[in-house]
Design a protein around this ligand. Structure first.
Ligand code: SF4
Length: 489
């Protein structure tokens, strides 16, 4: 097995490159705080043994810290590029694709409660595995934009269908049968939208492979007709040029059959109740007598010791794997209900919390200027300061999603937040670090603008005031922060 990996690996790359804009394992990014490598974990699953391997690598070569991303990848920072031996070890343990060529494509997303949610229509984990296997065996797809992204949503309460992805298969019940509704991403940052086609579960891999193949042919043609340094087109650019109908006609012609048509109006109405941060804390599983625990991970960052500790708990009490979430948290699943309290105590013993109203539960921040040249602010430190302030000054009774972004690219969180702080170039040299502040829903992707410029050092105080006003003036304890500010502004 290792010999095979050596051959596949050497064919593509001998050393980890450190010049990528979007990091992967074979193409890392060099930043102020180290060389950033990203491990792509389809559906966020990582076994206890893999946790141990990652913890050892970051202890040996890095800063003894791991970070979960908003696509449920894992990132580590090391002082030097990873050696080919380390990369081969990561391949051996299934932490890197056996094909370096397609390892850089975006992680395959699925709900962190796939297969365990009592309300789901279908378990999407087998579809994720099939697509991952397909990618590893089709190196010709390496020419696609590395932002090419696929998501499976099985109808879980913890839904991912609103996440930006190029292609999303969303389970629906129609005429007493379960299908996947095909959705395509058409606009930057928006959730994929229904295109009026239903896919039988058994057709899914074939349909997805054909969608990717038509896109690959378009990419090849574009790259051949433009200067060879041009970047590969995004899928949404192809759809913008062709339109959805032409794309689907070409896909159906290649498949040799037509996909079932559906009423867009009927299926795009989602009946699921979305409960913010419902994955945190203790929850029963579909499997009788088993439960999962969602653990709050402050800003998605854990020490190697904590990470290995969670992996060990999964091995000792659970199903032997962790599930990383796109909310940058972790689930331990398949715990016997009689043991959940014990596991919760041991999680606390690692210095971690499981409550959805913990100040860190719903705070997200991008890497800020220590990790990214585009950042105007130190988002990580500012977010920590706000969390510490909230911990001491206010008792939350609902999760409040606060998003710090070092610039308007919004890497840490694509969905709207309750409060968004976006780093901007300061006009006043007395306040070198400033944020534009948004709340609730509005006419921008971040919400309604509340302040065009607010000094970073005063942001904790501002958030404290906003939350106290909300708690004192809301209609009742069930009114959310978003509902409150939308009503007021
Ligand atoms: S949001 Fe901007 S500053 Fe933050 S990581 Fe992305 S590009 Fe960098």
């Amino acid at each position: 097995m290792r010999l095979l990996n050596v051959m596949i690996f050497l064919e593509f790359s001998q050393l980890q490159s450190t010049t990528a804009i979007c990091p992967s394992l074979f193409n890392a990014t060099s930043a102020q705080d180290g060389i950033l490598s990203r491990m792509r974990l389809p559906s966020g699953l990582i076994t206890s043994t893999q946790c141990e391997v990652v913890a050892n690598i970051t202890n040996q070569f890095g800063n003894s810290e791991v970070q979960i991303t908003n696509r449920a990848n894992l990132q580590i920072r090391t002082s030097q590029a990873l050696s080919s031996d380390t990369l081969l070890d990561l391949q051996d343990y299934g932490l890197a694709s056996s094909a370096a060529s397609t390892d850089g494509l975006r992680n395959i997303m699925a709900s962190p409660t796939a297969g365990i949610d009592p309300h789901a229509l279908i378990n999407t984990i087998p579809f994720v595995k099939q697509w991952n296997f397909y990618l590893a065996n089709h190196p010709e797809l390496e020419i696609l934009s590395n932002k090419f992204s696929v998501c499976f949503d099985g109808g879980e309460t913890i839904s991912l269908s609103d996440r930006p992805n190029d292609i999303c298969f969303v389970a629906v019940e129609f005429d007493h049968e379960i299908y996947f509704e095909l959705r395509l991403g058409r606009d930057h940052g928006d959730a994929p939208s229904a295109v009026g086609r239903l896919v039988y579960p058994q057709q899914t891999l074939e349909v997805l492979a054909t969608l990717a193949e038509v896109y690959r042919e378009y990419t090849e043609q574009k790259l051949n007709t433009t200067n060879h340094c041009a970047r590969p087109p995004r899928l949404r650019e192809m759809i913008g040029a062709w339109g959805v109908d032409r794309y689907l006609q070409l896909v159906e012609a290649k498949l040799g059959y037509s996909l079932r048509r559906s009423s867009l109006e009927l299926l795009s109405q989602e009946s699921r109740t979305r409960i913010a941060y419902h994955h945190l804390g203790i929850h029963s599983q579909r499997q009788l007598g088993l439960a999962y625990i969602g653990v709050v991970i402050p800003l998605g960052r854990l020490t190697a010791l904590q990470f290995q500790g969670l992996g060990d708990l999964a091995r000792q009490y659970g199903g032997g794997a962790l599930r990383l979430t796109p909310w940058q948290n972790v689930l331990i699943t398949d715990i016997a209900e009689a043991q959940v309290e014990q596991v919760a105590r041991e999680i606390n013993g690692l210095g971690l919390d499981i409550s959805a109203i913990h100040p860190y539960a719903a705070i997200a921040a991008c890497s800020g200027y220590h990790g990214c040249k585009s950042a105007h602010t130190d988002t990580q430190s500012d977010a920590k300061q706000v969390a510490a302030y909230l911990e001491n000054c206010i008792k939350l009774d609902q999760p409040i999603n606060i998003h710090f972004s070092g610039c308007d690219k919004s890497c840490a969180q694509h969905h709207p937040s309750d409060i968004a702080l976006v780093g901007i170039q300061a006009r006043d040299s007395n306040h070198p670090e400033v944020y534009r502040v948004y709340v609730g829903d509005g006419d921008t992707d971040f919400g309604k603008e509340l302040y065009s410029e607010y000094a970073a050092k005063d942001v904790a105080n501002l958030i404290d005031q906003l939350l106290k006003t909300y708690q004192n003036q809301r209609q009742n304890s069930t009114q959310t922060f978003r509902e409150f500010v939308n009503q007021q502004l």
